[in-house]
Write a protein that binds this ligand. Sequence first.
Ligand SMILES: *Cc1c(COP(=O)(O)O)cnc(C)c1O
Length: 466
Amino acid sequence: MTDPRDRLKQIPGVDQILEKTREDSRFSEIPRSIVLESIRRALEDFRRELLEGKETDLSDSAVLDRAGFIACEKMKPRLVPLINATGVVLHTNLGRALLCEPALDNIRTIARSYSNLELNVSTGKRGIRYSAVEELLCELTGAEKAMAVNNNAGAVFLALNTMAQNTEVVVSRGELVEIGGSFRVPDVMTKSGCILKEVGTTNRTHLRDYANAVTDATGLFLKVHTSNYKIEGFTASVGLKELVELGRDKNIPVMEDLGSGTLVDFSKYGLPSEPLVSDQVGSGADIVTFSGDKLLGGPQAGIIAGKAKYIDQIKANPLTRALRIDKLTLAALEATLRLYRDEPGAIQAIPTLRMLTMSFEETCKRAETLLKLIREKTGSLAEAETADLESRPGGGSFPELKLPTRCVAIRPLTLSVTRLEKGMRASSPPVIARIEEDRYILDPRTLQPEQENSIAQTLESVLKKK
Ligand SMILES: *Cc1c(COP(=O)(O)O)cnc(C)c1O
């Protein structure tokens, strides 16, 4: 074997390869800087392989192939759409809520033109950003005033910082939740400049616990909706109404972080009831906050609704500027909220609501269609059948709830089920699904009808590749 150091000298130079890329159609659409960087990286790879003692092909065409591959990878978009076959409707890792068509249209309309974002067209004077959604939010929730910021974590932070900085905030120990790893009530409390005053126990908190905690330093009673878990058994918690009464008595404002928050009574559609924003506002809470992209089914946003006095203070807080909602989000939020004036229309038009309220019968029909397509494409490569399983709402809404769903279950015959799952994830567009009892499960609840063909095709090609 030749000394690798001698072979290093045979590696072609950057300029020589660069020259060759000029006549190579693979590089014609790629910016020069990327081509150059890709050649350098390809040559470094070759150098490393030689030093490792590999018999690497050093021809110009081998270098061009490698550089072409690297350049193509660099040109691929990083944020890509994918197919969610998990059945988890509000999947935070997969982007939570899908926007409805009117929201998408309105983003386009507002983004490609100048707008009255902060101009009062009738007076010609400076307007207020929140005007686009404030009236609608008040109409839909019964609040005196309302606003929207970047997300619900931001909404909670701003409300705490505005209403209770340097004071004690009384919270039940049963409500000191963590949402998705980065939002923890005690941490948000500290960062917003408040002092956490825990009361009660993990499973039981009584009104007297709140009452006994009150001192001159108390600034706020906070309730947090335990969106993503449920305490069962010997439990007690204090309702918002009782806490509001105590607050009135002691002259302490009351805030509730609703998490998901909904404008639709889901119990009408056979789901457990989640707190309705209008009920919580009606209970007299001074401030309620909730997410725009959980059960509301809109864009990422944090909505703050409540008493005029506190909303005005929050609007005037300089930190609000740092968390302000951008015009694209505002456009999407306004269009989504408008749909809620007609509830049956909203259920059909807002994808999150449509998927959550999809009946078992509907999932059966969808599963049969998908099964047929899959059997046609995959034939003897796999055994496919329907299976009655459960999908989850996800996104910290409806803890414990499982929605009965008919799925398609696939047992691959040419490779293992884990290889199949991996292959589907590596496809374009990637397909995300779960494995249960050694079967690859496709849940139609979160599949869009136009994705069914694409799934069947992807399955065929992954199963054939082995
Ligand atoms: C989801 C959630 C949050 C965080 O909301 P984001 O919109 O994700 O910032 C805060 N509090 C509760 C109770 C939640 O469920």
